[in-house]
Design a protein around this ligand. Sequence first.
Ligand code: C2E
Ligand code: MG
Ligand code: MG
Ligand code: MG
Length: 285
Amino acid sequence: TAKQCGRNGYSIYDTSMRQRAERALTIQRGLLTAIEDGSLSLHFQSKYDARTGAIVGAEALARWTHPELGAVPPMEFIAVAERSGQIGRIGEWVIREACRQIEDWRERGLPPIRIAINLSPLQLNQPGLVDTAARIVAEAGSDPSLIMFEVTESMAMENAERTTLMLQNFRTRGFEFAIDDFGTGYSSLAYLQKFQVRQLKIDRFFIQALDEGGTEARAIIAAIIELAHTLAMEVVAEGVETATQAELLRTLGCDQVQGYYLSLPMPPDEFERRCLLGAPVSLPL
Ligand code: C2E
Ligand code: MG
Ligand code: MG
Ligand code: MG
């Protein structure tokens, strides 16, 4: 058991704790130079119109490769960045880099699409976030309506009163919002209405459950879609992995679909070639 000591006096438990702590420290140190050394990048994953298959937007997803650890998943390095007080700097870089990409595509005459940027809970709680985001976007010369921020349902509901005010403030500056991972937290419907966000993204847990018989998942998804439409929101299904899921979602009236079945997250050049310049995806009809 974890209590029994190994040869060197460390229990197995302690050893793995120590390894995890060391990894976190390596990540923390690596992040200090990640922006300057160019090891941080953004990948883009398309969001498609569920009926026509036309691309309607893309989500920016942070990618980081550490020289020794290799690719570190965003869930992991974002968590470390939060704990080590680096999330402000890294979050700002994500907004700056997304704007730079938007401007690069615009200058080269590519069709404009709305880019979704994920915000972490700590970022959302930073007092100056709205001003900072507005300043970065203005400096880049970008149109704020081309930016959609994604916040998870749990984050938004944690301090719903504060979130309402913040979203109002963001709206005044022309930014759009989406509620991410919807259905896994606890929502106050009153606040959901007050938030006035543009999109609701159904958590992929429900989409995946569609495959296993899934009558319950189907009923829940149908209810979420109806709720969203009642509140004048668009609904996006995330984590769509099969043709069956895409087809069902379309018949249920889901507005947009995103997932590996349609398109993987990819580096900007590949995204540009395959998604911005490519034909609409063909959806099962
Ligand atoms: P999220 O915002 O819910 O993003 C969706 C995640 O699902 C992404 O994982 C994406 O690659 C993955 N995904 C997309 N399609 C499918 C599919 O069909 N099946 C499955 N199983 N997964 C799919 P990723 O890139 O590893 O990001 C994980 C989370 O890390 C994100 O969840 C988001 O919360 C966070 N994250 C990523 N980039 C950033 C960032 O720039 N800033 C912040 N604060 N968080 C970020
Ligand atoms: Mg997201
Ligand atoms: Mg999500
Ligand atoms: Mg998620």
